[in-house]
Design a protein around this ligand. Structure first.
Ligand code: NI
Length: 184
């Protein structure tokens, strides 16, 4: 894809709220905002998929991109991994976490053969536990880290909250901007 206009199009459709820009540090206020946004993700996805039929749900959010169904299952996959990473970092000293092939995960039968409301329910349950955990973390906890072998970097938990606050909204907006483009 050499056409800059097309490239810009792809960027806007892929990252409708922009790419993740990490915060340099955290404050109590920021944490509150990030946790609040993670808390609202399940309801946000209820809203994203409301009244869509099977054909609409099977539409890619952009040309060559995931279908709405794959996006929702991906959010469940991604946030399950995140939740487990957080628990590992809370209970072990700077554990090495396991990256995963998210594109391949989105093509496995539990994505292609399972209705997406199963994953929406999963996201509701998962976020209930995840948010309840995050609400109790102390300043010391937020500074705990895990090691990401892909990036070769240590990630503190406050950065996870920062990142996943973006991640949920990022995928929700992919669906919402498709809906608005299609007039759904
Ligand atoms: Ni993602």
């Amino acid at each position: 894809m050499n056409n800059p206009q097309e490239q810009n199009h792809l960027e806007v459709h892929s990252f409708p709220i922009g790419r993740f820009v990490p915060a340099e540090n955290y404050t109590e206020k920021l944490l509150e905002r990030w946790i609040g946004s993670i808390r609202s993700v399940p309801l946000l996805f209820d809203y994203c998929i409301e009244n869509l039929d099977e054909a609409q749900l099977n539409t890619p959010y952009r040309e060559g991109g995931w279908t709405i169904i794959q996006v929702v299952h991906h959010v469940a996959d991604s946030h399950m991994n995140a939740y487990i990473r957080m628990k590992l970092a809370l209970t072990e000293e700077r554990p090495v976490i396991k990256p995963y092939e998210e594109k391949l995960w989105a093509e496995l039968p539990d994505v292609t053969d399972v209705p997406l409301n199963v994953s929406v329910t999963l996201i509701h349950s998962l976020h209930r536990r995840w948010v309840s955990l995050m609400m109790q973390l102390t300043d010391e906890d937020w500074k705990r880290e895990y090691f990401h072998p892909g990036d070769q970097s240590y990630i503190p938990l406050w950065q996870m909250a920062n990142n996943y606050n973006w991640h949920g909204k990022h995928h929700a907006e992919q669906i919402l901007s498709l809906r608005s483009r299609m007039g759904w």
